[in-house]
Structure formats: structure tokens, C-alpha cells
Design a binder for this molecule. Structure first.
Ligand SMILES: *Cc1c(COP(=O)(O)O)cnc(C)c1O
Length: 386
């Protein structure tokens, strides 16, 4: 399906709402039925109708259709955060006694689920270095129910060969889930590579304006229905109609925003790589990236997030750099219009800072949509002061 058609037209039934170009926010909690038989049908099959907005809502459904199509999936569910999407996808597919194989260092709250919450219910997790496919094969046990992936990882940028891992999982009847927030379906399509559930934090590129928190799951209708009938409606963590509307608005400009961020990232990358005070840069589409061949094989692009190391062992220099930036803000999250920075040294108490640990010396930069010269000038002046 043509991406322009998906973004501009798919799912929009304008004749139902006065031919308005922009869809309305159907801000209602409940829906009226005319007959008892209709009500009964909805009680038995909430998935295929409108009864209550904790389940489905027409504004959200327009978004679901577009996001499913972008991922090349049959169906989609949208949550009120990426984290709740992770929670639902995993919880719906494990039971007591099951085992999960997860890539090392997935998103923080996924780790929390695997390390602290699931063990309470007798579900264990083995973490593997995902850069070698054989590590997945070795970690699989007879009770492994889920393989959890995040490629690239949004801090360390390590990739997993999605097609190869999916093939191993299929052979053994294991479900695969891949966090695709870094790429979005525009730059990587996990389902086409054989992954069962593609997951995204829509807070990042889909929303794109730092004003909404949301998450997406895409997969088969049967899988989405199973999650809907269980975790989605029970936890009640579906997206609100207004936030869905904000994501529809975000989608209209997703291709052009990614294009601009990709161009900007290339320029910032070149600047950093030639700067005498920069030791090295990690970016998935950089010629020095160790998994560049795999990146080119399974990703159509990359942009925004990169990390670099300043030539210094002193935490004070890193702090000085981050605090002297005038236009690039220090904040969590990424994927919106504004450039952001986070120093790895913020994850440890200052006294415990250990310069030999790369993740503590690292500075993560998100390159936004400002003019590249503006971003580069800010980095240059902050580097000049250390
Ligand atoms: C932000 C993020 C999440 C979590 O999404 P929220 O919308 O913040 O709950 C999950 N995975 C990755 C890679 C992220 O960057």
C-alpha cells in the first residue's frame, strides 16, 4: 500500500463526519445501541464494535488502521504509553513456568518487567548478547515462550538480525516481539522480516511533538484480539481519543520529519567525527559502525539518535559540556522536533562515576529538526569550553 495513501486517506470515512478533512475527536465514553440483540452481540464480541471507549473508539480506529498498514500488519492496538504496550504484549503471552529470552539491555521498563514483576509469577528471563544470532539458539529452553528484541537498542545501538532470530523462533514455536521505536515502520518493518509483534513507543517519532505519550502493537488480528480481550481491556490502558488524534496529526508529517532529521543527523555526525575533542561516535548508519552491513540489510534508514564520547576522563567536563549547551535541551525522550542530550554519567551517583565504563562516559544526542548549523554551532561552543 502506498505510504501517502495510508497517511492521507486510509481509514478516514469523511462522509460520516460532514466531509471534514481532519477527523473529529470522538470524545465519548460510551455508545448507544438500539436493540437488546445489538447489546448482547457487543457483550460477546466487543472487539468488533463500539460499546465503551476503554475498548474501541472511532478516532482511535482510524489511527489503528494507518499504523497497522504502515507496519504491513493485519491489525494494531494503541496504548497510553510504549511501556504499557510492552507490558501487554509480554503478559498476554506468558504463564507461570515460562521463560523469556531477551536481548541485553532492552528499554528500562521492559527490564523492570523481566527482573522484578514477572519473577513474582514464576516467569524467568535470560538476557543474551543479540549481536550473535547463535546466542538466542543457545539460550532457548523447552519452556521458552517469548523472544524479546529491541533493534537497534536506543542507548547502545546494538542490532539483532531480525530475520534470522525470527526463523529460529518459528522453528521452535516461540513468539517474537520487537521494539521498533528507533526506526518506525518507515525505516524498518519487523513483521515483513518474520517478527510476530512489532512494538513502538509512539511518544517518539509518531507523535513527534513532545506532547503525547503512547505506544503501539502490530500483529495478526488473532493476536491483537487476544491482547484486547485480556490485558488491554483489563488494565484499561488504551489511548484516549484526543491523544489518538494527536498521533494522527503527527503521522501526516512523519515522512518529511524523518527526512529532515536524517539529513541533520548526517551533518551533525560529520561535524562530530572531525572534531578534535570528540573521541568517537556511535551511529547505526555510520561507516565505522560494527554492524553496518546488517543495518543496511534490514533497515531502510536511521536518524536522530547517536552517542559520542568526549576526549576526557573527567565527569566535570562532560557535565560542563551538557550544561553549557544553550539550545539543545537536557531531557529524556527523543523523536520530536527539538534536539536533546543526556549524559550517561547521570545514571550513577557522581562519586561512583567510573570513566572506564563506556556507558558512563557516553553522551547521547538526539538530533531534532532545527537547522543543522544551529545545532552544530551549539555543540561547537559547548565543546570549546571544556
Ligand atoms: C521511550 C521508549 C519506550 C517506552 O515508551 P513510552 O511511550 O515512554 O512508555 C520503549 N522503548 C524504547 C526504545 C523507547 O525509547
Amino acid at each position: 500500500m502506498d505510504i501517502s495513501y495510508i497517511i492521507n486517506e486510509l481509514g478516514e470515512e469523511r462522509e460520516k463526519y460532514f466531509n471534514a478533512v481532519a477527523p473529529p475527536v470522538i470524545q465519548t465514553s460510551n455508545f448507544v445501541v438500539n436493540t437488546v440483540a445489538e447489546l448482547r452481540d457487543l457483550f460477546y464480541d466487543e472487539y468488533n464494535g463500539y460499546i465503551y471507549t476503554r475498548g474501541h473508539n472511532p478516532t482511535v480506529d482510524i489511527l489503528r488502521k494507518k499504523l497497522a498498514a504502515l507496519d504491513g500488519a493485519e491489525d494494531c492496538l494503541v496504548f497510553n504509553s510504549g511501556s504499557s504496550a510492552i507490558y501487554a504484549a509480554v503478559m498476554a503471552n506468558v504463564k507461570t513456568g515460562d521463560h523469556i529470552v531477551s536481548v541485553n539491555k532492552p528499554y528500562f521498563w521492559a527490564q523492570k518487567l523481566f527482573n522484578d514483576i514477572l519473577p513474582k509469577f514464576g516467569v524467568t528471563t535470560t538476557y543474551v548478547d543479540g549481536t550473535d544470532v547463535e546466542n538466542f539458539r543457545k539460550a532457548i529452553q523447552s519452556n521458552t515462550a517469548v523472544i524479546y528484541l529491541e533493534s537497534p537498542n536506543s542507548w547502545y545501538y546494538e542490532l539483532q538480525d531480525l530475520e534470522a532470530v525470527a526463523a529460529i523462533a518459528k522453528e521452535k514455536g516461540i513468539l517474537t516481539i520487537c521494539d521498533n521505536s528507533y526506526c518506525t515502520p518507515l525505516y524498518q518493518r519487523p513483521i515483513a522480516l518474520g517478527i510476530d509483534i512489532a512494538l513502538q513507543s509512539a511518544t517518539k517519532y509518531i507523535g513527534g511533538h513532545s506532547d503525547v505519550v503512547a505506544g503501539v502493537l502490530c500483529g495478526t488480528t488473532a493476536m491483537m484480539r487476544k491482547i484486547f480481550d485480556g490485558e488491554f481491556c483489563t488494565a484499561g490502558n488504551g489511548i484516549s481519543p484526543f491523544n489518538a488524534w494527536l498521533l494522527l496529526r503527527g503521522l501526516r508529517t512523519l515522512p518529511i520529519r524523518l527526512e529532515k532529521i536524517t539529513r541533520n543527523t548526517g551533518k551533525v555526525l560529520s561535524f562530530l567525527k572531525q572534531h578534535p575533542q570528540v573521541e568517537s561516535v556511535i551511529f547505526t548508519m555510520d561507516e565505522d559502525f560494527p554492524q553496518l552491513a546488517l543495518a543496511k540489510k534490514q533497515m531502510q534508514g536511521a536518524c536522530g539518535l547517536l552517542s559520542f564520547f568526549i576526549k576526557t576522563d573527567s565527569i566535570h567536563n562532560i557535565v560542563r559540556f551538557c550544561e553549557r549547551l544553550q539550545h539543545i535541551h537536557m531531557a529524556v525522550s527523543w523523536g520530536a522536533y527539538e534536539s536533546l542530550v543526556i549524559p550517561g554519567c547521570a545514571i550513577v551517583p557522581e562519586k561512583k562515576y567510573d570513566a572506564s565504563k563506556k556507558e558512563q562516559r557516553m553522551v547521547r544526542l538526539y538530533v531534532g529538526q532545527e537547522e543543522p548549523e544551529y545545532i552544530i554551532a551549539d555543540i561547537a561552543q559547548a565543546l570549546s569550553r571544556i
